[in-house]
Structures are given as C-alpha cells and as structure tokens.
Design a protein around this ligand. Structure first.
Ligand SMILES: Cc1cc2nc3c(=O)[nH]c(=O)nc-3n(C[C@H](O)[C@H](O)[C@H](O)COP(=O)(O)O)c2cc1C
Length: 173
C-alpha cells in the first residue's frame, strides 16, 4: 500500500469515506455525502464477492455474517490510519454490517480514531449500527454520529438530502 504522506501531521482535517456496496444503494449514499463534504472515497472490494443470484447471495452473505468471516479484500493504495475522520458505510446484512467491513477494520490499527457510521437497508436495520459501533469501539476510538437509510428513501431526494445534511452537520460539530 502506498499513501500520500502522513496527512494527520499536515494540520488539515481530512476525511475518508470507506464503504462497501453490493447492489449500489450504499454507493449512492456515499456519493451523495461526498458531493457535500470534502472527503476521499474508498470502495472496498472483496477478492471474491457473494454470488449474483439472489438466493445464493443471501445464503453466502448470511453465512459470512453468522460465522463472523473476514473476506479477503482487494488491495488499495490509501492509508486509512492517516485520516482524522473515517466514515464507514455498509449495507445491512442479516441484521449486521457486511463482513468486508470487519475485514477492513481488522486490517488496520485504529487508535484514538473518530468514526461516523451509516448503513442502508431494505426492511429492518435492526442493531446493525450498534454492532458496527462495537466493532470499532476500542483503543479510545469514538463514534461521533450515525445514520441509517432505508432503500426506499433513495427515491425521495428531499428526504435523502435532509438526512445526509443532518449527518454532515453532526460531523462538523
Ligand atoms: C446477504 C444480504 C442480507 C441482507 N439482510 C438484510 C437485513 O437483515 N435487513 C434489511 O433490512 N435488509 C437486508 N438486506 C438488504 C440490504 O441491506 C439492502 O438492499 C441494502 O440497501 C443494499 O445495499 P447495497 O445496494 O449497497 O449493496 C440484505 C441483503 C443481502 C445481500
């Protein structure tokens, strides 16, 4: 992995938005955030993603969640530890976050790191963001805000923009 030097030491507040999206909804929200907030985007790609077939996708995805798997990630050049704020975005899978997010967190050493979390979901977000909070909450890391977006809101730009604006306002407090 290469990076652009130690950004934290440059004195500017830097934000990295890291997300995984299998079907595009989380990507859409991530891009919406990035249009309103200066940040870099990192889309996580598993080396082998879940199958396209809906049945198999739920089967394999659900299995990954229940077994707490850490799918291998394709490499990326960004150094996430160098950013002041990490925004993490995930679809809800089986009432939790997508397992590639666990892979990402396990691949790095985050200490005294600020996080903001969001998820997209179809029916029930359940405790996905609580579980994600638990995943990142160690070594003095803190979660400053979170947002869940039901997929149907993606078709309602006013509601979506309002939620995203509220989320970004919380980041700037
Ligand atoms: C394996 C799998 C499990 C899912 N589990 C849930 C769930 O527990 N609750 C829910 O509301 N949606 C669930 N969904 C739907 C996704 O959370 C929803 O479609 C999400 O917005 C997809 O994001 P993406 O388009 O960025 O992949 C699941 C989808 C998959 C593929």
């Amino acid at each position: 992995m290469q990076g652009g030097g130690n950004i934290k030491e440059q004195g500017n507040s830097q934000t990295l938005l890291v997300y995984y999206s299998n079907e595009g909804s989380t990507r859409e929200v991530a891009r919406g955030i990035s249009k309103r907030l200066p940040c870099e985007l990192l889309e996580l790609q598993p080396v082998q993603d879940v199958p396209d077939s809906k049945f198999l996708k739920y089967l394999y995805g659900g299995k990954q969640v229940f077994l707490k798997e850490t799918p291998k990630l394709s490499s990326y050049e960004i150094q996430p530890e160098n950013y002041d704020l990490l925004i993490l975005g995930t679809p809800v899978w089986a009432g939790s976050y997508a397992p590639v997010i666990r892979s990402f967190i396990r691949n790095h050493f985050f200490q005294n790191q600020k996080f903001a979390l969001f998820c997209t979901y179809r029916g029930q977000a359940m405790s996905a963001l609580d579980k994600l909070t638990e995943l990142v909450s160690h070594k003095d890391n803190q979660v400053i805000t979170q947002m869940d977006i039901k997929e149907e809101i993606l078709k309602k730009p006013d509601q979506l923009n309002q939620k995203v604006d509220e989320f970004i306002n919380m980041l700037n407090k």
